[in-house]
Ligand binder design. Structure first.
Ligand SMILES: Nc1ncnc2c1ncn2[C@@H]1O[C@H](COP(=O)(O)OP(=O)(O)O)[C@@H](O)[C@H]1O
Ligand SMILES: [Mg+2]
Length: 587
């Protein structure tokens, strides 16, 4: 399945119509409906008040200034002041409210993206860079939030004021109103025309920001190699390139976003000029009073100022739209490893059964071709073969990190796809080739993902470790269970990390234990200890050992050769050696 977020084909296939996309965004903030209604009422009130102002000024001039009734002027000035004060308070309340809504939206948006990431399969992470995902969670959500908390209300407020002013202009004088607004119509057509182009420029700018973040993430994650091989210059150069690209794209997006502003200012000036010229002519002809012209000019400002403001906000809007596109694409992905209904469970003595299984990675490489084999419960199996032969891939299929492209895999006689992730994880202990630990202590790491043991007191845990014969291994850590672990893996050796993942898997008492070259960095004495620990597991436990050191697989009941898309049974250790000697299989 194509999970690549930066590939145009994936994007096109999942492009949601604008309305559906917006609906999804609204569903994320559905808890805020009440607050949004209040904020919108505030906007309406505000726009209404600001539209009433010019009319009152014009009225005062015609009615009281021209007749020199200064008492009336004072009263109207007082009313205006009161109106402006109310508008100020409403404005302030609305801003506070939207700030809160914006932050809460940011909170839920980040949560939904992170939860989606937790849902998605390994395939997704193979196809996307961690840094780009981080950028989506941090930067893109923030762009959407900035628009929501700062610009949206202004945008809508401006829109309402503008519409109101436009209607009043037409009511006061239809021909003059139409003439005054004609520059805006041309602007509108122009804006619509260039919008897609501006949106693309914003997309490119956000994408380059994602690349920059991926670049940083990669060099930080591999800093050990970077330093050891003195690759600093190389990474510096790559970073400079990504940074330069991002700079260029951001400048381009910035220009595209702001290019409208001068046009809007110009249109506004032209509009006012038209009104002034025609208006004075109207007054001379006697169609118009001075007060009415002053109201009219005020309304022209109330029409063009919000329009100018909207041109500035439009930049934020375009950026938010592009950011939302990137987020909604991620949210639209579904885990393709679906749980299918369980067929009738056949009680079976086999633990794992591959029936005609083929597997191809999304990049097109076929690693297994029509493979069938059977692993009996309670026995020990070894998988050997050349590097890149497909051992880790086979183990990943057994743990359902991927689904077979063709054929079926059975776990305890039931299609492996019918188990919930929880059920499956409780049965299978998988010790990865690259041990992965979490920040905390050795204890935290041992208890990770182990609901049975996490409630145990210190003494009980000690006993559980003793029973599993694991306590001896703890001597390899200075502070035993309390030895601190950092996620970067500093401070302990690779072998020690492998020991921890080994203990973690054993403590969970899995029915099936898979060791993927998991003891490659452990000394021979300790390795013998591990063998004893494995023998101490219940006799029903099935063990799959992937190894390249022959001594590790001596005790296996059956050995499989994994190579060139095939998995061939080779009998016991001595039989396998025999096959190898006679060149029947390659290792
Ligand atoms: N995530 C992946 N995406 C694409 N190809 C992969 C991936 N992982 C492994 N491969 C390819 O599949 C083949 C088998 O890899 P693997 O199962 O890791 O081999 P082994 O564990 O036997 O050394 C290799 O040629 C490798 O290039
Ligand atoms: Mg491997």
């Amino acid at each position: 399945m194509n999970y690549n977020l930066n590939q145009a084909s994936a994007k096109e296939a999942r492009k949601l119509p604008a309305l559906a996309s917006l609906r999804k965004l609204v569903s994320i903030i559905s808890g805020e409906r009440h607050n949004i209604v209040i904020a919108f009422s505030a906007i309406f009130l505000n726009a209404g008040l600001s539209l009433l102002g010019p009319y009152m000024v014009g009225y005062t001039i015609d009615k009281y200034v021209q007749t020199k009734n200064y008492h009336g002027v004072l009263i109207f000035a007082g009313i205006l002041l009161a109106m402006y004060l109310v508008a100020f308070i409403v404005n302030y309340a609305q801003m506070r409210m939207m700030g809160g809504i914006g932050q809460r939206m940011l909170f839920s948006l980040r949560n939904s993206i992170f939860n989606k990431l937790q849902d998605l399969p390994l395939d997704f992470f193979n196809q996307n860079k961690a840094g780009d995902l981080i950028s989506r969670i941090n930067n893109d959500t923030d762009k959407v939030n900035q628009f929501f908390s700062q610009s949206l209300m202004q945008f809508i407020g401006s829109l309402i004021t503008m519409t109101g002013a436009g209607i009043l202009l037409l009511i006061i004088n239809l021909p003059l109103g139409l003439a005054a607004m004609s520059p805006a119509l041309i602007l509108w057509i122009f804006t619509r025309g260039i919008s897609p182009w501006v949106r693309r420029r914003n997309e490119a700018s956000l994408k380059s920001l994602g690349n920059l973040s991926a670049e940083i993430q990669e060099s930080l994650a591999n800093f050990r190699v970077v330093i050891a091989f003195n690759r600093r210059d190389y990474f510096r150069r790559r970073f400079e390139e990504a940074n330069g690209e991002n700079y260029k794209r951001s400048v381009q997006a910035g220009i595209a976003n702001n290019m409208l502003s001068p046009f809007y200012s110009f249109a506004s000036n032209v509009g006012q000029l038209i009104v002034l010229a025609l208006g004075i002519w109207f007054i001379i002809k006697g169609y118009f009073s001075i007060g009415l012209l002053i109201s009219f000019i005020s309304y022209i400002s109330s029409f063009y100022n919000p329009l100018r403001q909207m041109a500035a906000l439009w930049a934020n809007f375009q950026l938010a739209l592009a950011a939302w596109d990137r987020i909604s694409l991620l949210l639209s992905f579904e885990n393709n490893l679906k749980i299918i209904p369980a067929s009738n469970e056949v009680s079976s003595s086999s633990c794992i059964n591959f029936a005609n299984v083929s597997f191809t990675y999304p990049n097109g490489k076929e690693v297994l071709h029509k493979v069938s084999f059977n692993l009996q419960k309670g026995r020990t199996y070894a998988f050997v073969g050349p590097t890149g032969g497909g051992k880790t891939t086979t183990a990943s299929l057994i743990a359902r990190l991927y689904d077979a492209t063709k054929g079926t895999i059975f776990l305890n006689g039931r299609d492996i796809r019918s188990y919930t992730p929880c059920e499956r994880a409780s049965k299978i202990g998988f010790i990865l080739q690259e041990p992965i630990l979490f920040s905390g202590t050795v204890r935290d790491n041992l208890l990770y993902g182990n609901p049975d043991c996490s409630g145990l007191t210190g003494d009980q845990l000690g006993k559980a470790l003793e029973d599993a014969k694991l306590s001896g291994l703890l001597k390899r850590f200075d502070k035993g269970l309390d030895t601190p672990i950092q996620m970067t893996g500093d401070g302990i050796s690779l072998g020690q990390k492998q020991l921890i993942s080994f203990m973690r898997a054993i403590l969970r008492k899995p029915e099936l234990l898979i060791l993927d070259e998991a003891t490659a960095n452990i000394d021979t004495v300790t390795e013998h200890q591990l063998e004893e620990i494995m023998e101490n597991l219940p006799s029903s436990t099935t063990r799959v050992i992937i190894a390249h050191r022959l001594n590790t697989i001596e005790n296996a009941d059956e050995i499989f050769f994994v190579n060139s898309g095939k998995i061939i049974p080779a009998g016991s250790f001595s039989e396998a050696i025999n096959l190898l000697m006679h060149g029947k299989v390659e290792s």
